[in-house]
Ligand binder design. Structure first.
Ligand SMILES: C[S@@+](CC[C@H](N)C(=O)[O-])C[C@H]1O[C@@H](n2cnc3c(N)ncnc32)[C@H](O)[C@@H]1O
Length: 358
């Protein structure tokens, strides 16, 4: 049984400020693309007047680049492992905002690896995203023939053969919110939207920080229960260790915008981030700070290319910022399935050898 969650929680005044963090993420990505750190032909369709947006400072662009490279590599590897297992994977992106990952995968070399790609966010954000998708020929074309794409829920919900955009407040009891959306058959089908037997990756990119730890645990628990006899991966990107001066300044700035970060509180140290998925009961549990990913997990050729893009005076400042963000990941596997374990245990970032200075 899940402990009761007050319904009033869903309509707190600061929800608008939390939803608006999506624009920050989209603008940061647009900036990194415009400065050639990343390539993403789809992000401009999710930003209003993209050509008028000011680029972000180099430090932010590098952070966006490192975050994106780390997450992309792990998602790609998940899809590759599923293919090597002779099956297709599912991805569930929670608090997806304006993320373009589905379009990048669906137009890339792993397009055949996806069985389903599900995005969840507040209804106010999914309605905006559904509108942006309908408005853009480029985005719509990737979803499949128009007759196979349907809008529902007053425009807050979009279904296509593989991609599904769904409204949900992730803090509410999962049995009320997720069960009807993900585990009951979709209209016109006898299958649930999410198959419990396909390897499924949960992606939490900068979202759990806005939720109380108890609500995050409950959310993850719903998925671990649903995928009890299947393969489930978890991937989290967010801040940690915000007890120092840097963290206090960040929290003050966000507080001034009406945003608090209850989800970051248990994660005061890197070790606490590393054991996060173990705490959720997963069999593997790993983490790397963005600082470490930049130092040792980006190829030397890429590091060289990135260093040429913009002048960056303060490497120490960059490292301080990157040290406060981490990517953590883990896998839950059914018991006594050694062959599955041998394959899925290998999921993780691979270093390029020892760090050679910065
Ligand atoms: C910082 S943005 C990140 C967007 C996207 N994941 C990315 O990294 O580009 C945080 C997103 O999480 C969503 N979010 C935060 N709390 C949520 C909740 N309780 N239920 C649903 N979505 C939530 C926000 O609406 C927003 O779109």
């Amino acid at each position: 049984m899940e402990p009761p969650v007050r319904q009033t929680h869903a309509r707190r005044d600061d929800d608008g400020a939390i939803r608006a963090t999506d624009s920050d993420a989209a603008l940061a990505r647009l900036s990194a693309v415009s400065k050639h750190y990343l390539s993403d032909p789809f992000i401009k369709s999710f930003v209003s007047r993209p050509h008028l947006q000011q680029p972000r400072p180099p430090l932010i662009n590098i952070g966006t680049y490192v975050r994106s490279e780390g997450l992309d590599a792990l998602v790609d590897q998940w899809l590759e492992l599923a293919q090597a297992d002779g099956t297709q994977a599912q991805v569930v992106s929670l608090g997806a905002g304006s993320d373009t990952r589905f379009w990048r995968i669906a137009t890339g070399p792993r397009r055949d690896a996806l069985r389903a790609y599900v995005e969840l966010d507040f209804a106010e954000n999914t309605i905006k995203k559904a509108m942006a998708i309908r408005k853009s020929k480029e985005l719509s074309a990737v979803l499949g023939p128009p007759e196979n794409v349907t809008l529902a829920g007053g425009g807050t919900t979009l279904h296509s053969p593989i991609y599904h955009l769904l409204p949900a407040d992730l803090r509410l009891p999962p049995s009320e919110v997720l069960t009807p959306l993900l585990s009951t058959p979709t209209p016109g089908s006898s299958e649930p939207l999410l198959s419990p037997s396909h390897p499924t990756l949960l992606l939490f990119e900068c979202v759990l920080v806005y939720m109380a730890p108890a609500a995050s645990s409950r959310l993850v628990q719903w998925f671990t229960g649903y995928f009890e006899s299947g393969v489930l991966g978890g991937l989290i990107y967010e801040m940690y260790g915000l007890e120092d001066n840097f963290g206090n300044v960040m929290k003050d700035n966000l507080r001034a915008r009406g945003i608090s970060l209850p989800g970051v509180e248990p994660f005061t140290t890197f070790a606490s981030v590393q054991s996060r998925f173990a705490q959720y009961g997963f069999v593997t549990s790993h983490a790397l700070s963005l600082r470490e990913i930049r130092r040792s997990y980006i190829s030397p050729a890429e590091r060289e290319r990135i260093s040429q893009l913009e002048m960056l005076d303060e490497i120490e400042e960059l490292e301080l910022v990157l040290e406060h963000y981490a990517i953590s990941w883990g896998v839950q596997l059914p018991q006594n399935k050694d062959t599955l374990k041998a394959r899925w245990d290998t999921w993780g970032l691979v270093p390029y050898g020892p760090a050679k200075g910065v």
